[in-house]
Design a protein around this ligand. Structure first.
Ligand code: ZN
Length: 160
């Protein structure tokens, strides 16, 4: 098979330019001013709703892919909100709604990302949903490169 005949399939390294737009027209992410995104197809390295639309595309192909929230970052989980006392934060920390915070999970000890959803008198409502949860994602993509992955890349599960 010649390189031009390659089409997106599992175990290929895909290079792709993308622009991600939300329903309200806000562009939240784009690769076009920098290097294309590189990933191994079929390894779940990009969101599933986008990955499955790439199969069969060739270098130079463009596509608009609309991904429902459930195939993107998930629906907003109403159980992923938590009220905490304002006093757990340092007094000098200037809390603002929408602000991202890193908290250490008491059980696992891992750092997790959360967002300030609401500031009340003595309490703060934290939102542990992904910031793009509940959003319909529109990707404008262009395949810019395709190649076979090396054995080492396949063994490691990422592009070198
Ligand atoms: Zn590696």
């Amino acid at each position: 098979m010649t390189p031009d005949a390659l089409k997106v399939a599992d175990d290929l390294v895909v290079s792709m330019h993308y622009t991600l737009t939300l329903d309200d027209g806000e562009v939240v992410d784009s690769s076009v001013k920098g290097d294309p995104l590189q990933f191994l197809q079929g390894f779940g390295q990009i969101i599933p709703g986008l990955e499955k639309e790439l199969y069969g595309m060739a270098i130079g192909d463009n596509k608009k892919v609309v991904v429902a929230a459930v195939d993107g970052y998930g629906e907003i989980d109403p159980d992923a909100f938590q009220v905490v006392p304002r006093s757990i934060f340092p007094e000098e920390l200037d809390l603002e709604e929408g602000m991202g915070l890193r908290m250490r999970d008491q059980a696992s000890g891992q750092l997790i990302e959360t967002y300030v959803a609401e500031i009340r008198a003595d309490e703060v409502l934290l939102d542990f949903n992904h910031p793009l949860a509940g959003e319909v994602l529109t990707f404008d993509i262009e395949i810019t490169g395709l190649r076979a992955a090396s054995d080492e890349e396949l063994a490691h599960g990422h592009v070198h």
